[in-house]
Design a protein around this ligand. Structure first.
Ligand SMILES: Nc1nc2c(ncn2[C@@H]2O[C@H](COP(=O)(O)OP(=O)(O)OP(=O)(O)O)[C@@H](O)[C@H]2O)c(=O)[nH]1
Ligand SMILES: [Zn+2]
Length: 292
């Protein structure tokens, strides 16, 4: 038996990375009987049927720590959320939406503001600082001029990361810089559309280094947050944490309740008004989708 990581699945075959060697595996019939489907990202045990041909059988699937949907990948533990400082102009509420999604999946989070070659420091520092103040790790990169690519590579070490962010911000370009063998298609919007909207491509894990992988397709393409409970939303704004204890009511949702720690902190500029604004917007969305 060997331990490995399932990095790709095609037509009933599973490709398992065992310390850098890839084995083509079938899954034991028992999985099908039990209606268990091996997922890309699974840590597995395989038995080798032919060492020379690198062929084996998936015998055991280890318990999954997380399971992302769209793309369906297990055991992802980090989200790298990419926005451009300009072109396209960062949509702050959309960034907060990505953050809430990543927080709700209990992922570690890195924010990457890309295309710094196109703007002045004065233009993007305030936003970077705002998210650093929340406590997030923020990288300022230029995929084009190779700025802070080493830092990006460093945060990927010993993690399984999914890149997320809107179209055109440079996710593929960054991944190609990190791992030149990747050759992900960049900026070919017309070609992508030609492939058809409904073509589902299965995600793959790309080994970056030993014990470091990235998912080859961006995560969180569905930006719906209405599965989140109203009461849980504030927990996904990490900077709210210390002030929530000061709310008079334990059920406080920080909207118009009296003696609210969050609103006090907001008045004292300890919480950014843009972040609170996103919170209110998301809360409203969740409430309006609430089913009785
Ligand atoms: N100036 C500049 N252009 C960049 C940078 N990174 C990417 N680009 C360009 O921005 C465009 C979009 O880059 P992509 O890597 O395709 O963006 P993406 O986020 O993968 O986009 P989708 O695949 O649509 O999600 C391309 O024309 C890139 O060459 C950068 O750091 N600076
Ligand atoms: Zn409150």
């Amino acid at each position: 038996m060997k331990k490995g990581r399932l990095i790709k699945g095609i037509g009933g075959f599973y490709y398992v990375d065992v310390e850098g060697e890839i084995y083509e595996c079938k899954a034991r019939g028992i999985f099908r009987q039990k209606k268990i489907t091996p997922l890309v990202g699974d840590y597995v045990e395989i038995s080798i049927t032919d060492e020379q041909k690198k062929v084996g059988v998936v015998e055991k699937i280890m318990e999954r720590s997380t399971e992302l949907i769209r793309p369906t990948v297990s055991n992802v533990n980090q989200a790298v959320i990419v926005f451009a400082v300009i072109q396209p102009e960062p949509n702050i509420m959309l960034l907060d939406r990505f953050l809430v999604l990543a927080e709700s999946q209990e992922l570690e989070i890195v924010i990457c503001f890309n295309k710094v070659d196109l703007a002045t420091t004065e233009a993007y520092m305030p936003i970077a600082d705002r998210y650093r103040a929340v406590g997030y790790k923020v990288l300022l990169t230029s995929a084009k001029n190779e700025v802070s690519i080493t830092d990006l590579r460093k945060v990927l070490l010993d993690k399984t990361s999914v890149f997320a962010g809107p179209s055109g911000v440079g996710k593929s370009t960054l991944l190609n810089k990190i791992h030149p063998n990747l050759q992900l298609k960049t900026g070919e919007i017309s070609a992508k559309t030609a492939r058809g909207k409904h073509t589902t491509r299965h995600a793959e894990l790309i080994p970056i280094e030993k014990h470091s992988w990235v998912v080859d397709t961006p995560g969180f393409s569905a930006l719906n947050i209405d599965f989140i409970e109203e009461e849980a939303l504030a927990l996904y704004f990490p900077e709210f944490d210390e002030y929530m204890e000061e709310c008079k009511f334990s059920s406080c949702q920080h909207v118009d309740e009296p003696s609210c720690g969050i609103k006090n902190a907001l008045q004292q500029n300890k919480i950014a008004k843009e972040r609170y604004h996103s919170y209110l917007q998301f809360l409203q969305e969740i409430r309006s989708n609430r089913r009785f």
